[in-house]
Design a protein around this ligand. Sequence first.
Ligand code: C2E
Ligand code: MG
Ligand code: MG
Ligand code: MG
Length: 291
Amino acid sequence: RAKKDGRNAYRFFTSEMQAQSARTLQLENALRRALERHQLSLHYQPQLALSSDGQARIIGAEALLRWQHPELGWVSPAEFIPIAETTGLILPIGEWVLQEALSQLHRWDLAGLPKLTMAVNLSAVQFRHDDLPDLVGRVLAHVGVPAERLELELTEGAAMENPAAAIIVMKELHARGVQLSIDDFGTGHSSLSYLKKFRVGKLKIDQSFVRDLTDDVEDRAIVDAIIRMAEALGLETLAEGVETQGQLDFLRRQGCQAVQGYLFSRPLPAEAFAAFVLAENPPISASLALS
Ligand code: C2E
Ligand code: MG
Ligand code: MG
Ligand code: MG
């Protein structure tokens, strides 16, 4: 009987694995055509600065990649980004993201939106690629957006893969005037000595620490420690995944400078993002017309 169960368990395991690798293969093939078939798009999530008077003001957008396949539907970046990385497809896709996000920023400038920062996620694969600083420079020049309006997000894990190499690339990007932040901070074993050498201006506190902030004492202690450490190193903090007023109140009290999360807005298509910003910041001509 034990033998039979064991065999069934084994079979079940392999069919699970087969289904999984069939899915991966299917996604891999589909992803090879996704760019040229215009199945990729960007959504934008507002990033807000907190001020002591209790106000939150939109200061930027994070570009988040979306893939809609005609048969597979929406595929989560959590599922397809790793596939894009192992196949190398992340290089052309990442270049498209950079180009598209900065072009969108330029269009928002022309439409009279306040001057925002555009945060773009970088994969470790892009970060390891020698051409990255030049590529970023080329795209900025091509679109005609000043370098300081771009913020590149690198996960803590990616930065710590090879910290010595990361420092060199960060230096080059920093020299070009691009802003840098560490994404998913708290999940990737940074050492303080490296953090000091990284040319980053901001730590993005991972949403896993924010989720239970109102009732988990340990998460409160961790978030507080990250904010204190960032202050000591002259870095800003942005908390990710803020969903409740209670989380926001705690973060504000502890001195976190910026937030992002469903409490304010989900990631939005470009037009909806612009409408969201304009609802809070009417263009000067419009407010004059109203007054
Ligand atoms: P991330 O850069 O840490 O992005 C934050 C993720 O949290 C996004 O998921 C966002 O939609 C989600 N989020 C934002 N606010 C909240 C909230 O209040 N609650 C919860 N539960 N979630 C929230 P998304 O868009 O599914 O992206 C997942 C990850 O995929 C990103 O994590 C990033 O690592 C990666 N990714 C997305 N776009 C790109 C891209 O263009 N390039 C690269 N290399 N990676 C990307
Ligand atoms: Mg990010
Ligand atoms: Mg993150
Ligand atoms: Mg993440």
